[in-house]
Design a protein around this ligand. Structure first.
Ligand code: MD3
Ligand code: FE
Length: 181
C-alpha cells in the first residue's frame, strides 16, 4: 500500500477562522502535521479523518535524511504537501516543532514553484527563487526559522508526471524532527 492510500490527502483549515488551505496534505512517520479550526496547528500520531496511524516514512527518504541532514536522529514526520496548479502557501515560519536544532529537509517534485524567503522577522525584506523538481533543500541553522512561502506554481514546467496523484501539479515532502531527543 502506498503512503497516500494509507493516509489519503486531507484539506487542513486555519486555526480560529476555519478557512481551508489551497494545499492538500498527508503525512508519514510517527507524527504528522495537521491543522483545523478547533485544534490549530499541531503534530499528532493519527490521520485527522480516518483516525489511523500514519504509515512509515519510506526507506529511500530515511536514507536521504541520513546522507544530507547531518543530524544524528532520524526524522519523525514527513509532511506531504500536494499543490494543484492554483495552490499557494502564505508566508510563515515552521515553529510547531520542539526541536529547532534539527534541520528541515525539503524535496520538490513536479512543477516548479516560485518560492519566497525573508528573514526571521515578518517585516524583513524577501527574495524569490524557483524550486524545481528534484531540488533537495536542507534548512538548518539560521535558515531553519526564516519566513517562507510559495507564491505560485508554474504549470506545465515539470517533465516528471504526477498522474499517480489526481489534481497534483507539485508535491513537496518535508522531513522533520518534532521532539527533542
Ligand atoms: C525555508 N513547505 O510545509 S519546503 C512547509 O514547498 C513548507 O511546500 C514549502 O513551507 C513547500 O512548511 C516549502 C521547505 C523550505 C524550502 C526552502 C526554504 C523551506 C525553506 C528556504 C529557506 C527557508
Ligand atoms: Fe514551511
Amino acid at each position: 500500500m502506498t503512503v497516500l492510500e494509507a493516509a489519503p490527502p486531507f484539506v487542513p483549515t486555519m486555526p480560529r477562522t476555519g478557512k481551508p488551505f489551497s494545499v492538500r496534505m498527508s503525512n508519514c512517520g510517527s507524527l504528522g502535521w495537521v491543522s483545523d479550526k478547533a485544534g490549530g496547528y499541531r503534530y499528532q500520531p493519527t490521520h485527522p479523518e480516518t483516525g489511523e496511524a500514519w504509515p512509515p516514512i519510506p526507506a529511500i527518504l530515511l536514507d536521504l535524511w541520513s546522507d544530507v541532514a547531518s543530524y544524528p536522529e532520524l526524522p519523525e514526520a514527513c509532511l506531504v504537501n500536494i499543490y494543484s496548479e492554483q495552490a499557494k502557501m502564505g508566508l510563515h515560519r515552521d515553529e510547531d516543532e520542539e526541536d529547532f536544532a534539527a534541520p528541515v529537509l525539503s524535496v520538490s517534485l513536479g512543477d516548479t514553484a516560485r518560492f519566497r524567503i525573508g528573514g526571521t522577522a515578518r517585516k524583513d525584506p524577501t527574495r524569490s527563487f524557483d524550486l524545481e523538481s528534484g531540488d533537495v533543500v536542507v534548512l538548518g541553522g539560521e535558515s531553519r526559522l526564516v519566513y517562507h512561502g510559495v507564491d505560485r506554481i508554474k504549470p506545465g514546467t515539470a517533465e516528471l508526471g504526477l498522474d499517480c496523484v489526481p489534481g497534483a501539479a507539485r508535491i513537496n515532502l518535508t522531513l522533520r524532527r518534532v521532539s527533542t531527543p
